[in-house]
Write a protein that binds this ligand. Structure first.
Ligand code: ATP
Length: 252
């Protein structure tokens, strides 16, 4: 269980998170939604231990993440940041292999190679193995960056917009992979912007607005027309699809 307990983050005279408390169970997919600037990436900063909140704490099974040893935190929590910037023009396999860095000295080359190969297969990146990362398209890079995180076999995956730039086929493939990770007990939290994708994949949704939790629960209860109007200031049509899930169509 991951828990945000009363997280408050302030910067530059603004309150980025304001007393945010949520529980994110392992083995489930939690989707964090909210408008631009709502505080989603700031929340991931706190959950990953990269950002120390001014008040409150991110707790993993009761342990304060900010106080964890950095190496063991990196071995357990895989963070896919929102920015897809790549600063070194190394080859794709080398970049994915960086996901094994927290395990240097504790994992064998054979184990590292198996993790790298599996992550590249899961994201369909093996075909680019020897390519320079800067020669890849935006969607290809996004998959490679996800592969780097998966190569670390995290117990918790925090992925900030993992579907950004992916075509519909790869969106579905990556969501299938993420679902199967959760089914094996991995904790998963995703920031998404596509409301229908969020409804499809989420076990539960946390809707942030202006640094606060506006709603938290099942997709059907959170993604209501009234909540979408209040948070995004948009009108939405909400349909039941043939699979018994909801589709949310912004109408303007
Ligand atoms: N150092 C800072 N000083 C002032 N405001 C900041 C600072 N850092 C971040 N912010 C603001 O905090 C808010 C939350 O940022 P955050 O990146 O968490 O939003 P987000 O929900 O992830 O947005 P997006 O959907 O655009 O990625 C934004 O309005 C941002 O401008």
């Amino acid at each position: 269980m991951f828990e945000a307990s009363g997280l408050t983050v302030r910067a530059g005279g603004a309150i980025l998170l304001n007393d945010v408390s949520v529980q994110l169970p392992a083995g489930q997919i939690s989707v964090i939604l909210g408008p631009n600037g709502a505080g989603k990436s700031t929340l991931f900063g706190c959950l990953s231990g990269l950002l120390t909140p001014d008040e409150g704490a991110a707790l993993w099974d009761g342990q304060n993440v900010a106080a964890m040893d950095a190496k063991s935190r990196a071995q357990r929590i895989g963070l896919l940041p929102q920015s897809a910037a790549i600063y070194w023009d190394i080859n794709v396999r080398e970049l994915v292999a960086l996901g094994r860095y927290p395990f240097s000295g504790v994992s064998s080359k054979q184990e590292d190679d198996a993790c790298i190969d599996a992550a590249m297969a899961a994201t369909d990146c093996a075909q680019f193995s020897g390519r320079r990362v800067r020669s890849l398209s935006g969607g290809e890079r996004a998959r490679v960056l996800l592969a780097r995180v998966l190569a670390g076999r995290p117990q918790w995956l925090l992925a900030d917009e993992p579907l950004a730039g992916l075509d519909p086929r790869y969106q579905m493939q990556i969501l299938r992979q993420i679902r199967s990770l959760a089914a094996t007990g991995t904790g998963v939290a995703l920031v998404l912007h596509d409301l229908t994708q969020a409804a499809r994949v989420a076990d539960h949704i946390v809707l942030l607005h202006q640094g606060r939790v506006f709603a938290n629960g099942l997709a059907r209860d959170v993604l209501t027309a009234a909540n979408m109007k209040a948070v995004y200031d948009i009108a939405c049509a909400i349909y039941d699809d043939e699979a018994g899930q909801i589709a949310i169509i912004p109408r303007g």
